[in-house]
Design a protein around this ligand. Structure first.
Ligand code: XMP
Length: 525
């Protein structure tokens, strides 16, 4: 599905680790863009895509390498603006008659400073114009071995750094721009300005809004589905919820949602999901209460991987059973996001393409033989949240912390029992209530309680207790890949521990987990 009604920008990916960030910067400017690997972009693709501008990403290769990644020659004849980043600059110069040289003392990795030349150009609007004590220099992030040693005919130099004499270059007549650094990363503080200037010069209207996306997505779902039936696995998470509400807006009761309750949800969670979808949105919903099945199969299991595999297998079985019971559904809806589907470029052993494919609700099998409806395929996580807001989903729902598919099973290290799950649910609810009451919920990426596989001795009133110990976890993170523990105050921790012990029978000790990731993971299992 592509956004035909909008100006489109094509990012040709040469394999940089940060290509996705280019897309993020552009989406922030309301510009619709797609990332495609260089070896999938040929003339026919360019003709069909009809980009209004093109960006060449960075990449790990050298233009000197045999079979070095190259853009299709025709891209330079499209008559549209092109911006080359790092390897993208080198490849542009290489193709257009400039020269690139090997590193040998001119490599730059990390922070560098670019100084302007006397030649000015609107691509640099907002750069070098403040006297912030840096002497008109701008900080940029470099990561290059090779460098451009001679610019192609028609290009001018707009900025230099100690090891990149052609740090910023432009061919104003053809609207080709090329920089040696990475403007998309956080460490190039004014990098977003460069993208803003580029899309402005390219004539983008910045019309890619969530309202427009919603209208187009609805039209496309109707076109794709016709009068067939669709089933959607609902996890209660943001992605599948937004997908379900959007599809329901498009095709009404042709959609049925299946919510598999594995008995490992948080306090009141199943009721909240069912009430929101069935009662508020009137979406046909099967609430499959399969807690006996899941908890029965997990009895005596303490190995984290066995837990995950057992839950994953049962989830698929249960989902298939209910999907069949609806009868005749031809489409399966999923909340797959853009980062899950971008084709990434690998250079090990020559260019090859890996397609990341991720199934949101427990890994639904392809053998189900259904066609997929994936209306969020083009969105990043924060854009899904924006779409959810556009669709009127409550903020309390959209802003919810992520919750893992295996649920409380991986917050209950060791054997899972109903008693432990019950204690954990109640303690977690008190902890989250504390966080909300102190106004901290939105500052934290994920917070939860875990029940530890041990009992400790305590004293309450005049009596001895021998009860479970609980670990509290709260982290800040951007993507869950790395995380820092959240620095609660001692007062907050003390108050929370007291509340949990007073209000939740079965707990007599509370620990706070101050491990970052790495070396810890976010979940305990
Ligand atoms: P870790 O524990 O790996 O967690 O640092 C990173 C993020 O992933 C979530 N997580 C899972 N989500 N199935 C899921 O759907 C899983 O098996 C799973 N394990 C971890 C975790 O909650 C955190 O957001």
């Amino acid at each position: 599905m592509t956004q035909d009604a909008h100006d489109r920008l094509l990012i040709i990916d040469f394999g940089s680790q940060v290509t996705q960030l280019i897309a993020r910067r552009l989406r922030e400017l309301n510009v619709y863009c797609e990332i495609h690997p260089f070896n999938k972009v040929d003339q026919a693709f360019l003709d069909a895509f009809a980009p209004k501008a093109v960006i060449f990403s960075g990449g790990p290769a050298s233009v000197f390498a045999e079979g070095a990644p190259m853009p299709p020659a025709g891209v330079f004849d499209l008559g549209v603006p092109i911006l080359g980043i790092c390897y993208g600059q080198q490849v542009m110069m290489h193709c257009l008659g400039g020269k690139v040289e090997r590193g040998h003392g001119t490599a730059e990795f990390g922070r560098a400073y670019v100084t302007p030349t006397p030649t000015t150009h609107p691509i640099l609007s907002g750069w070098f114009d403040t006297d912030d004590g840096a002497g008109g220099r701008e900080q940029v992030w470099m990561s290059h071995g090779d460098h451009v040693s001679e610019i192609a005919p028609g290009f001018q130099v707009l900025g230099t750094s100690p090891n990149a004499p052609f740090a910023i270059t432009a061919n104003p007549e053809r609207h080709f721009y090329a920089v040696q650094f990475h403007p998309e990363v956080h460490h190039t503080p004014k990098g977003a300005k460069l993208y803003e200037n580029f899309v402005r010069l390219a004539g983008f209207k910045g019309d890619w809004t969530m309202g427009a996306y919603r209208e187009e997505a609805i039209r496309k779902i109707r076109e794709q589905v016709g009068d067939e039936r669709v089933i959607c696995g609902l996890s209660g998470g943001v992605d599948s919820s937004v997908a379900a509400v959007l599809i329901h807006e498009a095709i009404g009761d042709q959609l049925t949602c299946v919510f598999v309750d594995h008995g490992l949800l948080r306090l009141g969670e199943a009721e909240q999901v069912v009430s929101m979808f069935r009662d508020t949105y009137n979406i046909p919903l099967i609430h499959a209460d399969e807690s006996d099945l899941f908890l029965g199969a997990l009895e005596g299991v303490s190995d984290p991987e066995v837990k995950r595999k057992t839950i994953g297998r049962l989830f698929i079985e249960v989902f298939e059973k209910h999907a069949k019971s609806i009868g005749g559904a031809k489409f399966l809806a999923q909340g797959t996001l853009y980062p899950d589907v971008i084709e990434s470029v690998s250079f090990s052993g020559g260019p090859s393409v890996t397609i990341k494919s991720h199934h949101n609700v427990g890994g639904l099998p392809e053998k189900m033989g259904m066609k997929l409806v994936e209306p969020l395929r083009e969105l990043f996580k924060d854009e899904v949240r924006a779409l959810g807001r556009e669709l009127g989903l409550p903020q309390s729902f959209i802003g919810r912390h992520p919750f893992p598919g295996p649920g409380l099973a991986i917050r209950c290290p060791g054997e899972i029992t109903r008693e432990k799950l019950d204690i954990l649910r109640r303690a977690d609810a008190v902890y989250i209530d504390q966080i909300r009451k102190h106004g901290l919920y939105d500052d934290i990426w994920q917070a939860f309680a875990a029940i530890l596989p041990m009992k400790t001795v305590g004293v309450m009133g005049d009596g001895r207790t021998y009860d479970y110990a609980l670990a509290l976890r709260a982290v800040t993170s951007v993507d869950g890949m790395t995380a820092d523990y959240y620095p609660f105050t001692h007062d907050f921790l003390g108050e929370t521990a007291t509340r949990i012990i007073n209000e939740v029978q079965g707990v007599n000790r509370v620990f706070y987990d101050c491990t970052s990731k790495p070396p810890g993971t976010i979940e305990l299992e």
